[in-house]
Design a protein around this ligand. Structure first.
Ligand code: FAD
Length: 434
């Protein structure tokens, strides 16, 4: 093991961005990414591997607003990211004072952009009336930000990973089963399912929805209970669905903005619809965010289904109906004839505040955690690595260090509209009654 060696477990946006930052800063360092899936596989379990993701700085939280602007500037200007970014704008139906807060945050940051909070009456006429038939019940105003958009998520992830490999990062395809420690308790690497050991001086877990399960496996195997996630990290799943637009609908929706319906902690999470891809596929994510709590080595922990592909393509009817519902609240009669063609269950790691964890793990020297995108992490792809490396080197500014700490006070999850509030089996149980 060289003194400047890094093992990054997980090749989603957190892991790849970290590898890309490290290899440019330390071209001679030994940097290895290990992931259960090849970076160019036809199907991957990563939340970051998707047809598209929303890229926006429309945050009521000032810190994420600032970071998202920093990331978006790179999406717009860096030749590595730029081909994947589409500045379509966003149309956000708000049921709280979210729109006003976003506008305020842009002002506080001195950022000039074409954005405003509009009345429903005024907004409804925009974009050729695409959203005239949306559900506006309890909507206070509509945030229209012409500078937001979306990215071809999986394509961008593949391109940046390829670049890392060209620059000297090693990419190993293997499932990590547990962690290895030396006599002093320092983490020295990982053990794969096939029994192979990979070692490095710094081990960074960027394992998304699988993180709590992996830490539990490692805690048990090493007899170190402090390695467990201990309720900090919850795996949450959500359904996405797509329709392939017919010629007439495509002409009408081709230049649509990203659309969002947001609610509150009592009524539920925000729901979104993304503009058609090059294959003319328009996408939604649903309103039901669920845990999959199961017995893992004697503890009740939420984790993706045990199949190697997280059973992500096995989407039962009650989940498909969530997408039909999403269609109806955005497009009403305009989308009523669309046939849903593709469904996927996508898993991410959540914290109760929706903050990431980018922190040393308190249970062992040499072990670090950088994940918990909490359903909003993708857009930060171009800057995540910068902050993870600052964390690795003890240089993260105090505000971020506290926000992303392993150990911090965590708010009640009930205050968070996006936190998984269902159990998957509860929703699937409804299938029997249909
Ligand atoms: C449906 C959906 C829509 C979303 N929409 C948006 C959006 O519009 N905009 C936005 O900004 N964010 C969005 N997000 C959130 C965003 O996708 C995630 O927060 C982010 O991609 C998480 O990145 P990650 O690197 O932590 O995890 P992942 O991308 O999940 O990557 C984790 C990687 O770890 C690997 N791994 C896990 N366990 C092991 C193991 N034991 N051994 C080896 N490899 C392992 C996996 O194979 C995977 O490649 C969305 C999420 C979902 C689910």
């Amino acid at each position: 093991m060289t003194s400047n060696s890094y093992l990054i477990v997980g090749a989603g946006v957190f892991g790849v961005s970290t590898a890309y930052t490290l290899i440019r800063k330390y071209p001679n360092a030994s940097i290895t990414i290990v992931d259960r899936d090849a970076y160019d596989a036809d199907s991957r379990v990563a939340a970051s591997w998707d047809w598209n993701k929303v890229i926006r700085a429309d945050y009521d939280d000032l810190i994420y607003c600032k970071l998202a602007l920093e990331a978006q500037d790179i999406f717009e200007s860096d030749p590595l990211y730029q081909p994947f970014f589409h500045k379509t704008g966003i149309y956000w139906m708000c049921r709280t004072d979210y729109a006003t807060q976003v506008v305020e945050n842009y002002k506080k940051l001195g950022r000039k952009a074409e954005l405003e909070a509009m009345s429903v009456k005024e907004a409804r006429r925009l974009y050729g009336g695409l959203f005239e038939d949306a559900d506006y019940t309890d909507v206070r105003d509509v945030l229209v930000n012409k500078t937001s958009g979306w990215a071809n998520a999986g394509d961008a992830l593949r391109a940046v990973t390829k670049k890392c490999i060209e620059l000297g990062v090693k990419y190993v395809v293997a499932e990590t089963e547990s962690l290895t420690f030396d006599r002093s308790g320092r983490c020295t690497g990982v053990k794969t399912k096939k029994g192979e050991t990979l070692s490095a001086s710094k081990v960074v877990l960027c394992t998304g929805a699988f993180t709590a399960k992996l830490l539990e496996q490692a805690a048990k195997a090493s007899n170190k209970p402090d390695i467990s996630a201990g309720g900090r990290i919850i795996a949450g799943g959500i359904t996405t669905g797509m329709t392939k637009l017919d010629e007439e609908s495509y002409k009408r929706f081709e230049h649509m903005p990203v659309a969002v319906q947001s609610y509150n902690a009592t009524t539920g999470p925000f729901v979104g619809s993304l503009p058609p891809t090059a294959d003319r596929e328009l996408k939604w994510w649903g309103q039901k965010i669920f845990k999959n709590t199961q017995d893992i080595l004697g503890k009740r922990i939420s984790a993706p289904p045990p199949e190697p592909d997280y059973a992500q393509w096995k989407v039962a009817n009650p989940l498909k109906q969530d997408i039909d519902y999403a269609n109806s609240i955005f497009y009403g009669k305009n989308g009523a004839h669309w046939k849903m063609e593709k469904h996927r269950i996508c898993w991410d790691a959540f914290t109760s505040s929706s903050d990431f964890i980018i922190s040393p793990h308190a249970g062992a020297q040499g072990l670090y955690v950088a994940t918990c995108g909490s359903f909003h992490g993708y857009k930060f792809f171009p800057v995540l690595g910068k902050y993870v490396v600052q964390m690795l080197e003890g240089e993260l500014e105090s505000e971020l260090k506290e926000k992303w700490a392993w150990d911090r006070e965590r708010p009640d999850e009930k205050l968070n509209p996006e936190f998984p509030r269902w159990e998957m089996k509860e929703i699937l149980g409804a299938q029997a009654k249909l």
